[in-house]
Design a binder for this molecule. Structure first.
Ligand code: ZN
Length: 113
C-alpha cells in the first residue's frame, strides 16, 4: 500500500453544511469543498495529488532557518500561508472575498508550461 500525503483542511471553509454536491473526482455527494470551492472529498483530493506528481506545487513561505515544505498542488493544498508571490496573486485577483483560493491561478500566468 502506497502512503498518500494527507491534506490539512482544518478550516471550516472546507465544510459546506448547507448542501452536498457531487464530488468532482468520484461523483458521490460531499459537503467538503476545496480552496477553490470545488466539491471534493478530502481523501479524493489527497489521492488526486498523489496521482498527479507533475502538477504545479505550492510551498510554505521562505524563512531564514526554515526549509520550505510542499503543501500540495495548486488545485488541492493545505490551509495556511503559501509562498508570498502566490498570496500576492490571490490578493490581486480577489480582494473582497475568500482569502487564498486556487481559482484564477491560470489567469495569473503562474502555471508551468
Ligand atoms: Zn470523492
Amino acid at each position: 500500500m502506497v502512503s498518500v500525503p494527507l491534506l490539512d483542511w482544518g478550516d471550516s471553509s472546507h465544510f459546506d453544511a448547507r448542501a452536498t454536491r457531487p464530488c468532482c473526482l468520484c461523483g458521490k455527494p460531499t459537503p467538503m469543498r476545496s480552496h477553490a470551492d470545488e466539491a471534493v472529498h478530502k481523501v479524493c483530493a489527497e489521492e488526486w495529488n498523489a496521482a498527479h506528481p507533475d502538477e504545479p506545487r505550492r510551498y510554505t513561505p521562505p524563512a531564514p532557518g526554515r526549509t520550505q515544505h510542499d503543501v500540495g498542488t495548486w488545485r488541492f493544498h493545505n490551509d495556511g500561508p503559501t509562498t508570498a508571490h502566490l498570496r500576492a496573486a490571490a490578493v490581486t485577483r480577489d480582494s473582497t472575498q475568500r482569502p487564498a483560493s486556487d481559482r484564477g491561478a491560470e489567469q495569473c500566468g503562474l502555471f508551468a508550461a
